[in-house]
Design a protein around this ligand. Structure first.
Ligand SMILES: [Cu+2]
Ligand SMILES: [Zn+2]
Length: 173
């Protein structure tokens, strides 16, 4: 098949998918120390996997050159954004990992978010879980980059924002 033809077709499919309704959305909010963080993470189920579209604002920013902010980003196994003084989102627990894999092969491991003056936009495809599996689970943003090596969670530091995936139904429209 002509490669350029197949690429343009998949781009058209992606465009129409992003105009359609996602199957689930998490509204993300920052902890008490990061009250300005807010945004959404949308999940679209496709035959090839789940498309994860994240739009987050109010992230910590650095104006120094060569210090652009990078934030670890994962789906965790917990179903609540509660916590305590030490860890405001402790109830989100560890990375979602039904296959008992190591980091960064946990099902819930995602590419980190790149901050741009406090705003991040990310689109990725992952076949490590279905939308149904993560309904009700937490998505977490961390204050450090993920090193994709350190166990069990990539040394990505504190949890600074959290959201819970909710199913989008016709009722919500
Ligand atoms: Cu995490
Ligand atoms: Zn992980």
């Amino acid at each position: 098949m002509d490669r350029s033809l197949s690429c343009s077709r998949s781009l058209a499919q992606l465009r129409s998918l992003l105009h359609s309704r996602p199957q689930a959305v998490a509204s993300v909010a920052g902890s008490k120390s990061y009250p300005g963080i807010s945004g959404t993470v949308r999940l679209y189920q496709t035959k090839e996997g789940v498309i994860v579209l994240s739009e987050i604002g109010g992230l910590p920013r650095s104006d120094a050159s060569c210090e652009g902010q990078v934030f670890g980003f994962h789906i965790h196994e917990g179903t609540d954004c509660g916590g305590d003084m030490d860890d405001p989102f402790a109830d989100a627990m560890s990375h979602y990992d039904p296959g008992k894999c190591g980091h960064p092969h946990h099902a819930g491991d995602l590419p980190p978010l790149f901050g741009n003056g406090g705003r991040a936009l990310s689109l990725c495809l992952t076949d490590r879980f279905s939308v149904d599996e993560v309904i009700g689970r937490a998505v977490i943003i961390h204050d450090h980059p993920d090193d994709f090596k350190t166990q069990p969670s990539g040394d990505s530091g504190k949890k600074i924002a959290c959201g819970i995936f909710r199913r989008i139904t016709d009722f919500c429209l």
